[in-house]
Design a protein. Structure first.
Length: 471
C-alpha cells in the first residue's frame, strides 16, 4: 500500500509539471466517490471467502459461552486498515443474531447476505489508508459443522458436553466476524468466559484465569499474524499440562477427559520440535502443545502453536501438524489452489521422521508407493486441483512427489530448499508458482517439465521423472 501511494504521488507530480508547462489550468477532478468493498478477497475457489477493501491488523474478541445452554454471546472488534475509500464493506460471520454494529464508535447499518456475509455500511465512509474499528455484538446458538472433504468445519460437541469449533478452509466465521482467508493474517486476542468448572482453550499465550460469580475468564493473545482458520475455540473439562521448551517457548497440552490414549504421543512434542527445527529452521510459533480431543471429527488441524487432535493421536500425526507450523502457518497459502505448499510438506515431514527414528529407507518407500499408486490418484493434480478437491491427492501423492523432487535436485539442494523456504517467507504468504521458481533458483536447474509431470499433471509421470538421476 505504501508503494502504491508513493507511485501515485510521483504520477501526480508529473501531471502537475505538465500542467504548469502548458500553462493551462488542470481541471480539478472531483475525488472519486467511496465504493463498496468486495464480498470476496479474490480466491478463485471460494469467491465469497474473505473480503476486499481492507486489511485486518488485529481481532479483539470477547465471547461468553455456556456449554449447557449451547449459547454464545460475542463482542468482537476488528481493527483494520482500509485499502480503498469504503462506503460499505463485508465481514464473514455464520449464524447468530446481531445486536449491534459500530464503526469507530458510531452506530452502523448492517445486513446479512447468503450463509456468511455481514454487510456493514458505516455512518461515514472510511478513507483509504486509515485504521478503523468495527465492533460487532452478537448472540445465539452456533451453527453446526458443515460437511466437507475429510469432515466438516464449524461447531462440534464433545462427549462431556463441551464444544469446539475448528476447520479448514473456514472456521473463524463460525464464532467471530472475520476476513476469513489466509491472505489476510492478523494478530489475535480473545477474552473467553465459560461457567466455572469448564476450561476454555484457544491459540497464543494465555493469562491467569479469574473466576467471578460462577464464570471463569481467560485471555489468549497471539501477536504473530495468524490465518483465521488456524484460530480455535474449545471448551471442555480439560486436563491442562504446562511446561517450557529449552528456549523458553511455553508448552501447553490439554486433554479432554477421554483422551488418555494420546498422552504418550504428546510426550514426544519437544523432541519433534527439535527434529523439525533441524530441517526447517527455528520454530516459528510463539507457543507449542496440543488440544487432544476424545472424539474424532475426521481430521486433525494445525491450529497455531497448538494443533487440535482427534482421538488416538500418534507421534506421526504430531510431526505432521507441527510441520505445518512452518509449512502452512508461518508461510501461508496465497490461494487455496496452493494447498500442496502445506500438505505435501507436512506429509513429507513424517517421511523424514521415519528416516530419523526408524531408519526407514525412503527410496524403497518411494519405489513402493510409485508402483502402487492408482490411476485415480495419478489423475489428481497437486497444484490447482479445483475447489473442493484440495485434500484429494496431497496426503498420498504429495509426499511421494516431494521425494521425487529430492531425488531430482539431490540431497544438498533439497535440504537448502526445506530450510530456506520457510525462513524467507516467514509469517507471510506464498504461491505454488513462487515455490517452483525458488527451487529452480536454489538448484540452478530448469524444472518446468518435472513440476509439470509431478505437481500439475494428471497422469503417471514419464519414466525420466519417476526415476530421475540426480546430478
Ligand atoms: N490441514 C489438516 C491436516 O492436514 C486437514 C484439514 C482438513 N479439512 C477439513 N475441512 N476437514 O491435518
Ligand atoms: Zn496437514
Amino acid at each position: 500500500m505504501v508503494d502504491r501511494r508513493a507511485r501515485l504521488a510521483a504520477l501526480c507530480g508529473i501531471a502537475c509539471i505538465v500542467a504548469a508547462c502548458t500553462d493551462t489550468e488542470a481541471p480539478s477532478e472531483p475525488a472519486p466517490a467511496p465504493t463498496h468493498g468486495a464480498a470476496g478477497i479474490g480466491d478463485a475457489y471460494y469467491p465469497e471467502a474473505g473480503n476486499g477493501g481492507y486489511d485486518v491488523d488485529r481481532y479483539e474478541i470477547d465471547v461468553r459461552y455456556d456449554p449447557g445452554e449451547h449459547e454464545l454471546t460475542g463482542d468482537t472488534t476488528v481493527v483494520a486498515r482500509a485499502s480503498q475509500d469504503l462506503s460499505q464493506f463485508h465481514l464473514d460471520l455464520r449464524g447468530f443474531a446481531i445486536t449491534s454494529v459500530e464503526v469507530d464508535d458510531e452506530p452502523a447499518e448492517f445486513t446479512r447476505e447468503g450463509a456468511a456475509e455481514l454487510v456493514v455500511t458505516p455512518a461515514n465512509p472510511v478513507r483509504e489508508g486509515t485504521e478503523f474499528r468495527t465492533r460487532v455484538r452478537y448472540e445465539g446458538t452456533p451453527v453446526v459443522a458443515n460437511r466437507g472433504q475429510l469432515g466438516g468445519n464449524g461447531w462440534y460437541r464433545t462427549p462431556s458436553g463441551g464444544a469446539y469449533v475448528f476447520g479448514e478452509p473456514e472456521s473463524a466465521s463460525f464464532w467471530y466476524p472475520a476476513n476469513e482467508h489466509p491472505r489476510d493474517k492478523a494478530a489475535f486476542s480473545l477474552t473467553a468466559t465459560v461457567p466455572e468448572g469448564w476450561t476454555a482453550v484457544s491459540v497464543g499465550r494465555t493469562g491467569k484465569a479469574t473466576t467471578k460469580d460462577g464464570w471463569t475468564t481467560t485471555t489468549w493473545t497471539e501477536d504473530t499474524p495468524v490465518a483465521s482458520y488456524l484460530t480455535l475455540f474449545a471448551v471442555d473439562k480439560f486436563d491442562v499440562e504446562t511446561a517450557t521448551l529449552a528456549d523458553g517457548t511455553p508448552v501447553r497440552n490439554v486433554f479432554s477427559p477421554g483422551a488418555d490414549t494420546s498422552r504418550a504421543a504428546a510426550e514426544h512434542t519437544p523432541r519433534i520440535v527439535e527434529f523439525l527445527e533441524s530441517h526447517f529452521g527455528d520454530y516459528p510459533a510463539s507457543t507449542v502443545g496440543g488440544v487432544y480431543l476424545d472424539t474424532n471429527p475426521g481430521f486433525a488441524l494445525e491450529t497455531q502453536g497448538t494443533p487440535t487432535y482427534p482421538l488416538d493421536a500418534d507421534a506421526d500425526l504430531l510431526v505432521h501438524e507441527l510441520a505445518h507450523q512452518w509449512y502452512g502457518n508461518s508461510v501461508s497459502v496465497h490461494s487455496w489452489a496452493d494447498i500442496c505448499l502445506n500438505e505435501c510438506f507436512a506429509g513429507y515431514a513424517t517421511w523424514l521422521w521415519a528416516e530419523e527414528t526408524r531408519d526407514a529407507d525412503l527410496d524403497a518407500r518411494y519405489r513402493t508407493q510409485v508402483a502402487n499408486m492408482s490411476d485415480g490418484l495419478w489423475s489428481l493434480p497437486l497444484y490447482d486441483m479445483g475447489a473442493g478437491n484440495e485434500f484429494g491427492a496431497v496426503y498420498q501423492k504429495g509426499p511421494v512427489a516431494v521425494h521425487a523432487l529430492r531425488l531430482r535436485i539431490g540431497d544438498e539442494a533439497f535440504a537448502e530448499v526445506l530450510r530456506r523456504w520457510p525462513t524467507e517467507h516467514a509469517h507471510g504468504n506464498a504461491r505454488w508458482e513462487d515455490f517452483e521458481e525458488f527451487v529452480e533458483q536454489v538448484s540452478g536447474e530448469d524444472l518446468d517439465e518435472f513440476f509439470q509431470a509431478w505437481f500439475r499433471g494428471t497422469e503417471r509421470p514419464a519414466e525420466e521423472h519417476l526415476h530421475p538421476k540426480p546430478r
